[in-house]
Design a binder for this molecule. Structure first.
Ligand SMILES: C[S@@+](CC[C@H](N)C(=O)[O-])C[C@H]1O[C@@H](n2cnc3c(N)ncnc32)[C@H](O)[C@@H]1O
Length: 241
């Protein structure tokens, strides 16, 4: 992997950030029910007292706020988008989240001290890297013994496996639609196997793995491999071996 790797940039620029949160909501809603978000929320420990947390791809910091309010010693929100980190920084100041720090950085080149983190939280961010295994390994190395990782991400089933290599060469154009509001995004296509292999190689044990239908996500019409793949959502809880 080098700088010729495909990279998803620009989809979280200023205009898109506004459209993204106009679609999904600016704050975390305490969702009840069967959805992936509600399930993920249920996995975040009620009390994070004394724990060091990383919110990978923190966006506007809405989940960093939740973990801050649950008593974390420190929550570091990391995001590549300047517009997102700007929003997250405003949230930090307005809500006086003194235990939150926001960093503009690329998950593809993280430099985290070994054993320095107790919880990595990654909600819909891992599918933005083309270097899944490398990113997961660097996060795992940063975890303390028995440290945990909570992941919500998209997962792809290759209905027609003959196209798998081709599909994985570039990102897939998607539409996220909630009610009448929608935003165009892109994801790299990772299968369940890709995630499990990356976790295993990084020394992470899968404690929870639950799949959900992609209720608000669809592949954009005209995408060449639209019929060869199916998107879903998955939530993982991983523990460092
Ligand atoms: C779907 S949004 C999710 C934001 C947030 N986790 C939430 O749930 O509100 C994905 C986020 O990942 C960030 N992201 C994408 N590629 C990234 C990268 N290479 N390094 C760090 N953050 C990245 C985007 O800027 C965006 O804020």
């Amino acid at each position: 992997m080098d700088e010729t790797d495909p990279k998803i940039t620009g989809i979280y620029d200023k205009g898109t950030v506004e459209q993204y949160y106009a679609t999904v909501g600016k704050d975390v809603v305490k969702e009840k029910g069967e959805g992936a978000d509600a399930f993920l929320m249920g996995l975040i420990p009620q009390y994070l007292t004394g724990r060091i947390v990383i919110d990978l791809g923190c966006g506007n910091g809405r989940y960093a706020e939740v973990m801050s309010s649950r008593g974390a010693k420190k929550v570091t929100g990391i995001d590549l988008s300047e517009s997102m980190t700007e929003q997250a920084q405003i949230r930090k100041v307005e809500k006086q989240l003194d235990n939150v720090e926001i960093v503009c950085a690329d998950m593809d080149s993280l430099r985290l001290a070994s054993g320095s983190v107790d919880l990595v939280f990654a909600r819909f961010s891992l599918m933005y890297t083309v270097k899944l295994a490398q990113v997961v390994t660097s996060l795992s190395q940063a975890l303390s013994p028995k440290g945990e990782m909570l992941v919500e991400t998209s997962v792809v089933d290759f209905v027609d496996p003959t196209h798998e290599t081709e599909v994985k060469k570039s990102s897939v154009p998607l539409e996220l639609k909630v009610g009448e509001t929608s935003v165009q995004i892109e994801n790299f296509a990772y299968s369940m196997d890709d995630y499990l292999t990356a976790f295993h190689q990084a020394g992470l044990t899968v404690e929870v793995s639950k799949r959900f239908p992609p209720h608000n996500l669809s592949i954009v019409d005209g995408y060449k491999f639209k019929d060869a793949i199916k998107f879903g959502y998955v939530v993982f809880k991983l523990v460092k071996e």
